[in-house]
Design a protein. Sequence first.
Length: 617
Amino acid sequence: MSQPPNEPPRGGFGAPQDQPPAEGFGPPQDPRQATPPPPAQPPQAPPPPQGAPAGPPQPGYGYPQQPGPYAQPGPYAQPGPYAQQPGPYGQPGPYAQQPGYGQAPAQGQGYGPGYGHPGQAPYPGPPGTPPPGIPGGSGNPFKGRPAVIIGAVVAALLVIGGTVWAVSGDGGDDGKKPVAEHSKDGKGGKETASQDPVNPGDGSGDGGGDPENLNDGRKAGEAKVLWYKQAPDAPGSGADAPGLWITGKAAVKAAYKQVFAYNVGDGKPTWAPITFPQKICAVTPQKTSDDKVVVAYMSGAGDGAKCNQLQQIDLATGAKGWNGKVADGALFDSTLSVELSLTGKTLMVGRSQSGTAYDATTGKKLWDKKNYGPACYPAAFAGGAKLLSVASCGAGSTTQHDEVQELDPATGKAEWTTKIPKGWRVVRAYSVDPVVLYMTNDDKKTVNVTTLKDDGGVRSQLSSKDSFAPECGFAIIDRDLPGCFGAVADANTLYLPTEAKTGANEVVAFNLATGKERWRVKSPADESMLPLKMDGTRLIAYVEPSYDAGGQVVSIPTTGSGHTPAKLLQNPQGTASIENGFYSKAVAYVDGRFYISTTRLTGNDQSREKLMLAYGK
C-alpha cells in the first residue's frame, strides 16, 4: 500500500556525494514534523504523540533529521569513507588516510528485528554538558523524537540508532543494586487483574460480538481471517503498542498498559492479560530461547516519571518472573527513557551514555558499559544474534567521530573496535550478523552503506543508483530499530526494497562481498514488496495490500537462476481496507500464519480500532 499519511516522502540512499542531485531524498525523519496528506481510507492515522516539540530538533548523533542535507536521492557511486575498497568509490576518502580502522583492538581495549520515545533533544556531548537549548537535558544523542524511520533507507534490521541505553552505576535511588525480585504469586499478583480489550474478537469481550464477518464473501484461493482483536481503550492523545512475539501456542502483544496473549489458531485468550500500573515504555523485541521477554514501564504518570521499572514475563504462561528498577547514571545519563534488547540470555538496558547488562533469566546484573578511551560515550546498543555498541567520541572537538564495537554478551569485553572516519555518523544498521551499517555525512550531504567483516574490518560498500524504502511504523515507545522491516540479510547477501512512487517496486539482492547487485525481482502486484525474513535459502516477503486487494506473503528463491515470487498466502479482498488501516504495524509470518498488528493506538473513541489480525489457510 501507499505510505502512511504521517510519513515523510520516501527516498533512496546513495554513496557520498559532493553535490546533491536534483530530486527528493530524505534521511530518517520525524513524522510529527511532516505535513501529512489526507488519509485515503476511513482508518485515521495516529495523531502526533503528546508533547511533541513545536520547533525543529537539535541535530545529534544518530538522530532522525528534518528534510535538508539529505533531501535528494542520488547514485550511490561517489567516494565514501572506506575508499580503499574496490568498486564505484574510485577516489580516496577520509578512511584511506587513517590506517588501522576496522582492526581488532589490543586486549583489554574497550568497545541491534521500530522506534523512539518522545523525550529531550539528542546531544552527543559527554556528561556535564547540557544539550543546546534544553536545560538539564538527558544528553542522549538518540533521544528526543520517535525514531519512526520511514523514508530514506530504513531497515528491518535497524539496530544502531537507538536500540539500547544501558544503566551504569550499581544502585538505584537508594544506593542498592537493582537486584531482581520475584512476584509473590508468580502471576503478577494484583497487577494481573485486568479486563481484556472491550471486544477480543471472539464474542467473549465486554462489548459482545462484532457484527462484522470478516470472512464473508471470501473468494476461492484466499486465506481466511483466523481471528482479530479490537484494541483496548487508550488516551485521546494515543498510546503505543510495541512488540509482537509469536510462540508455538500464543501471539503476544503489548498495548498501552497491558500485555495480551491469544491462541495462534483461534484467538482465544491463552492467559489473563497482564496490566501494569503505568504505561509500557519499552520491550525487548527479541525473546529468549525459552520464550521469556522483558517489559519496561513508567515509574509514574507525571512529567518527571522515568522508564525504569523492569518486569520479566513468561510468554508461555503469562507468569511474571523477576522485576527490578533501573538506576539513574551520572549527570545527563538518566532513565527518562530506556531501550531494551536480548542477545542470548543477556538483557541490555540502556540510557543515553552508558549501558548495563543483566542476566535475563534471573535479573542479576552482569556488567556495565561506560565511557572509555578518548571521551567515548556509548550511545546505542543493538541485540539479536550479536551485541553491538555505537559510541560518540570526542564530541565538540576536531577529532569527533563514532566507534562501533561488538561486545561479548557474557562479559562486555570488546571483540573488536572499528573507528568510523571523521564526519561520518552511524545512524542505523540493517543487520547485526553480518554487520551492515547505514551512515550519514552532514558535510557531504550524503549517506553510505557499509558491511563489516567478523573482525570489524571493512568488507564492502553498497553500490546502486536506486532509491530504497524499507518501512517503519509509529512505535513511539520502544526503540527496537530492527523492528522496522524491509531489509533482510543472510551471511552473504542484503535484500532491500526499492522505492516505488506508483505501482510495483522491486527487491534487490546485494553481494556483501563486493557491494554490487546480484539480482532483482519485481513485486507480483502493483504494490510494494518488503522482505520479512530468511527461511533457509528462501526470502519471505510481504506484498502490501491495495484498496481493492488483500496483501500477500510470498517466497522468493535466493539461489539458482530463477527468483520468481511464489505465493504462500493471499489475504482476502474483504479485509483489504482493514489491512490497509494498519499505518503503523508490526508483522510476522510463522508456521503458515500471517499476523499484522498496530504499534500505535489512536485513542479515537469514534472508531472500532483493531489491535491485531491473524490470517491462515
